[in-house]
Structures are given as C-alpha cells and as structure tokens.
Design a binder for this molecule. Structure first.
Ligand SMILES: Nc1ncnc2c1ncn2[C@@H]1O[C@H](COP(=O)(O)OP(=O)(O)OP(=O)(O)O)[C@@H](O)[C@H]1O
Length: 621
C-alpha cells in the first residue's frame, strides 16, 4: 500500500520553481487568462473521463459533466470544480510539480535571455495550471481519481514547495481553489467572472456554471455551420483548445460528407509553438468520435510534418470503441488522415498564391517542418513541393520551384542551390560569385531538412538539383546577361605550375587543386568533388556524431584574382620548390577557404605564424 497518511512536502522541479517566480512576479497585462487555463484543464479532465467510461461504464459520474465555479467572499477565493477524471497521489506528483512539456529547457533559457519579453514568451509557451499563481497567493487542489476511493489535497503557495495530504471528496473530479492575492480581488466578482468565461470559454463542450446559471454556450463550436461562426469565436476556440495566446494565422473548418464523414476545425498558429522541433514531433490535434474526445497527439491522424496544426477532428464514422492503441491500424482513420492532409496542402497552396507575403510569414515559422513531408510522404511529395518556398539569389523574397524554373537562363540545365546553416551567410558565399556574375539564380537552403529531402528528390520538372559546392561549375554553356569584361588572368601554363606546387605542398589535406570557374572576386574556395558528400551534409553528419572524418576537399583557385596571378607569376620566375613564402601562401589559402566556410583552421597557431610571416614581408617593402 502506497497511501501516505501524513502530509508530505515536496520541492518543485527546478524549472517549475523558475517558471513560478516569473509567473507570480510578472505584471501580466492579460492575467484573467488564468481562468481559461483552469477551465481548459477541467474540460480536458471531463473529456478524459468520458473516454474512460467507454470501456468502463462504472466510472461514469452521477451527474452530467460540468465545470462549476464558486466564489467565496471572505477571504476572497475562487474555485473551479469538475467531475472529470481526477488525479491520484502519483498523478499529482507527476503533473503538478513538474513540467512534462517538451521544449521547457529551451523556454526557460529564452526567458532568462530576454527579461523584457517575459510576458510574450510566457504567452507562447502556455503555462497551463501554473497560471493560477498569477492571481493566487495559495492554490489548493482537492481531487479524487475516477474509480479510486482516496482523495488528496495538493497545496502550495508557489514558493518552491508543495504539500500532498489525504483528504475527503464525495465524488471523483477536481476542485482547484485560488486564494486570491490582494491585487486580484476582482476575480471574486460575479460580473467579472461571467465576462471572462463569455470571452474565453464560450465554446468549450461542457457547461461552465456559476450557481444555477450556465455562463457559456457549451456547444462544440465545430458542429456549427462555418457561416454562423465569427472570427472572434474561432480565435477564442483556438486559444482554448491549444492553450495558445496568439491569433490563428489561418482557420480551416471543413465538413466532409460521403463515405467517411468527418468535420475538422484546424488552425495554423501565428507563432511557433515551443515543442515544434522536439524529437517527439508530437501532433496536437484532438480526435473526437461523435463529440466524444478520444485522444490528442496521435500521428495516425495528422502527419508529423503538419504538427504545427492545432484544433479538432470529429468523425461519426469511427468506432466509439476504438482504443487509442487500435488507432494505428484503423483504415478509416488512415483515410481521414489523407483527406485532411490533402485539404491542408490545398489551402496552403491557395494562401501561397493569393497572399505571398502572409505566406512568407507562415513559411518562416513552419516551412522547415513541412519539408519533412518531402522525405516521409512519398504519395503527396509533389503537392508538398508545390507549396515549398525558397530563399534565393534571385528577385528578392521567396521563390517557388516553378518560378525558379521559369527564370532559368538559356543553356542552364540544373536547379542550382547552396546549402548551409544560415541564409544570410550563404548569400555571401564565394561559391556564388560566378553564378551572380552570369545572373544565374541559386537557391539558398538553410534548413537541416534540406539535405535530407535532396537525397530523395533529385530533380524537378526534369531539371536536376545541383549543389554549387560540389563538382565542377560549368558556367560556360550558360548565356551571359551582359558580356563580361575580360579580366587579366594568370597564364594557363603558369597556373598549372602553381597548382602543382600547391598540391605538392598541401598533400593529403586536399583532394585536388583546380582552377575555378565559379569565383570572380575571392581568390579561393573549397568544394566537394563530384561523387563525394556535399560540404554541408558532411558538416551536419559530423556534428551529430554520424560521421567521424570528412573527405578531403578540392581547393579551387581563381585565375583572375590578383593574388593568384601574382603567385602564378612567382612560381614561373622562381620555380624553386623550396620557396618558403609560396609554401606558407599555399597553407594560408587553404585556411582562408576554410574560414570563409565558418570553419576554424585545424592548426590556428601555424595559421597565425604564417600570416605573421607574410604580413611582415608585405610591410617590409
Ligand atoms: N482539473 C484537472 N483534472 C485532472 N487533471 C488535471 C486538472 N488540471 C490539471 N491536470 C493535470 O495536470 C497536467 C498539467 O496541467 P497544465 O495545465 O499545467 O498542462 P497541460 O494542460 O498538460 O498543458 P497545456 O496547458 O500546455 O495544454 C494536465 O496535463 C493534467 O494531467
């Protein structure tokens, strides 16, 4: 028997402690949202119990599901009760002392880094239950889990610790009592509470009561015809179901009738949810069967690459007895999933065409997620590619592949791209010089996922994708925008001698040394040889420990650069293999190319020594 008869004291998980300090201390302009958070939790608890009664009818509460508010005048307090699933001792320990939410660490770091925007950040994260401490100096949670006989009282002043002790409760469910802070007494006024519920909780599926009065419509919003629903009502519902604070960027409310009836009310958020890039890649759309909540976070309903969606899907045609485990193999659900995915993609396509600027904001938030679908959803790959947008060296803003192809030059037979970590840095890469000079557009791919979909999709519209940091850049066959001025170049023969000398000096540090066609301003750059792994992919794999050593790269020299021309000249006139300055220059050129790529020279001391020598020579004149 694990029952504890005494009052026990526990410390909050460190992150909760930090969070509570901020929550309690912040002058939150919008702090009435605490009530929405607690009503949401109560509604979730009712949803969960209703689901549990499907398999165990004994668990059903004696009264209809409802959320009941009570106000105490002296001392001022507000309580929120539900006859939902309730919590036992283990649940309390697990949920009301810790934050199980993924992304918490990153969130706390962001809070620490940006003290000014605490409030905005808290809004994005959604503090859930802990929002109670914005208005309460002490919070009591009296709860009894459905199917169990013991009740528990959880209590805390939000200052580092909480207590749990055995208690009495006649029925299962939870009552959260807020002992209001001095400056939060307004939340013990009926009119204020009535207004808050109307504003924030009008359309949740359960009645919220104050005395005999029901304060909300208590009708699942998605069951109403879209034409009767206002923008504000959608926003309220979005915030409620997803514990969000932003406006939805886009609302999709669809009723599909026919072989497989289902209604979906889906939202694309305006801001990135915190757990977007967590490894679990959880979906947050709630599945209902005929208005009975079944589950959230199921990949069987929403593919991982649409995990930014929030909202609900309700179908009359799924079996109510479907267990969460059985969802995985339910063919009906698989069909709903495909239908929703197609619908979302077609809505995104419309947005991308009609409102490209708005779409750019969406793309900035969720493009990297959506592109995961290029790898995972082979059936809808083309449709996903259609709504993909890319930064490029072209006409500013983002471009689609179709637009890119329409701008390709005569003689250009590939879709050129450069991949790296940061689009702004990529835009300055020396590899682009020759392409810019010719007016050939290059896509700037800066999401990790880009390297992976490019392994699967090798061409678009019969044009192959080609990395400009790998293999030869054959720009000669592409028509020039305008005739290039002929810049003086190192003589072919001299250049060959220089190349041979540098190759000999650098040895195995490089795979080869070649004359470059892609450089116009920079003296050198590094590329991956044809058939070798592209530079950025190699870097990513190394960082994730999936690759120990990279391949040596090819060092390209710009024959039109004054430095290279001088060096070539020097090799000719002084073809002495013991020329120390030339040797230093060879290493410096390689290190320079590495630095431009954001890498550190492997031997910084040697690099500094050589640079010192060369600079001394330069100033000695
Ligand atoms: N009224 C309640 N009845 C039963 N369980 C509850 C209740 N309130 C909170 N809980 C439990 O505590 C957990 C934590 O609640 P909290 O509001 O902090 O986060 P959440 O609801 O899981 O996340 P979010 O608020 O971001 O959706 C809930 O997931 C639930 O398990």
């Amino acid at each position: 028997m694990t029952e504890a008869l005494e009052k026990e004291t526990f410390s909050f998980q460190t992150e909760v402690g930090q969070l509570l300090e901020i929550v309690a201390g912040s002058l939150y302009s919008n702090r009435e949202v605490f009530l929405r958070e607690l009503v949401s939790n109560a509604s979730d608890a009712c949803d969960k119990l209703r689901y549990a009664t499907l398999t165990d009818a004994h668990l059903a509460p004696t009264q209809d599901f409802a959320i009941t508010l009570e106000i105490a005048a002296k001392p001022k307090a507000l309580s929120i009760s539900d006859n939902g699933i309730g919590m036992n001792h283990a649940d309390l320990l697990e949920t009301l002392g810790t934050i199980a939410k993924s992304g918490t660490g990153a969130f706390i770091d962001a809070l620490k880094a940006d003290e000014k925007d605490n409030v905005g950040l808290i809004g994005q994260f959604g503090v859930g239950f802990y929002a109670a401490f914005m208005v309460a100096s002490k919070v009591d949670v009296l709860t009894r889990k459905a199917g169990e006989s013991e009740a528990w009282l959880w209590s805390s002043d939000g200052k580092g610790a909480f207590t749990i002790e055995p208690a009495e409760r006649d029925t299962s469910g939870t009552t959260v009592t807020l002992h209001l802070k001095k400056d939060a007494k307004e939340f013990a006024e009926e009119a204020r509470i009535r207004h808050i519920i109307k504003t924030y909780s009008e359309h949740i599926g359960f009645p919220v009561k104050l005395g005999d009065e029901t304060l909300n419509a208590a009708e699942a919003l998605w069951t109403r015809p879209a034409k009767d629903i206002t923008k504000e009502q959608y926003t309220e519902f979005y915030r409620h179901t997803s514990h969000a604070f932003d406006e939805p960027w886009h609302v999709m409310h669809n009723k599909v009738e026919g072989i497989l009836n289902h209604t979906s009310l889906l939202f694309v958020p305006t801001v990135q949810p915190f757990d977007l890039f967590e490894p679990e890649r959880k979906s947050h759309v709630k599945l209902y069967v005929n208005r009975v909540y079944i589950s959230e976070t199921t990949k069987d309903l929403i593919p991982a690459h649409l995990r930014f969606l929030r909202g609900v899907v309700d179908s009359q045609d799924l079996s109510l007895n479907v267990s969460r485990e059985m969802l995985q193999t339910d063919p009906q659900l698989a069909r709903i999933k495909t239908s929703i995915t197609k619908k979302v993609l077609s809505e995104l396509k419309k947005k991308a065409t009609k409102a490209p600027e708005e779409y750019a904001a969406f793309w900035g938030n969720f493009g990297a997620v959506l592109k995961e679908g290029l790898v995972e959803d082979t059936a809808l790959r083309d449709r996903i590619l259609e709504v993909c947008r890319f930064a490029s060296t072209g006409a500013g803003g983002l471009t689609s592949l179709t637009e890119y192809v329409s701008r390709m030059k005569t003689g250009q037979d590939a879709i050129y791209y450069i991949a790296g970590e940061d689009a702004a840095k990529l835009a300055k890469s020396p590899h682009l010089e020759g392409f810019k000079a010719k007016g050939v557009e290059v896509l700037l791919l800066s999401d990790h996922v880009d390297e992976f979909w490019l392994q699967h999709i090798t061409e678009h519209d019969a044009k192959p994708f080609k990395s400009i940091t790998r293999g030869a850049a054959d720009l000669d066959q592409i028509d020039d925008d305008e005739k290039q001025e002929d810049t003086p170049k190192a003589e072919e023969a001299d250049l060959s001698m220089l190349i041979a000398a540098i190759k000999a000096e650098l040895g195995e540090a490089v795979k080869d040394v070649r004359s470059s066609k892609r450089l116009t301003d920079s003296p050198v750059c590094l590329i991956a040889d044809d058939g070798d792994m592209d530079v950025n992919l190699e870097r990513l794999l190394k960082r994730h420990g999936q690759l120990e050593h990279g391949m040596p790269r090819v060092l390209e020299l710009n024959p039109s650069h004054a430095l290279i021309a001088k060096l070539a000249d020097r090799t000719k006139s002084d073809a002495d293999s013991t020329d120390a300055l030339l040797k230093d220059a060879a290493h410096l050129l390689l290190d320079q190319a590495r630095i431009v790529e954001g890498e550190v020279p492997p031997d910084p001391t040697e690099f500094a020594r050589r640079l010192g020598i060369v600079m001394t020579r330069a100033f000695a004149v």
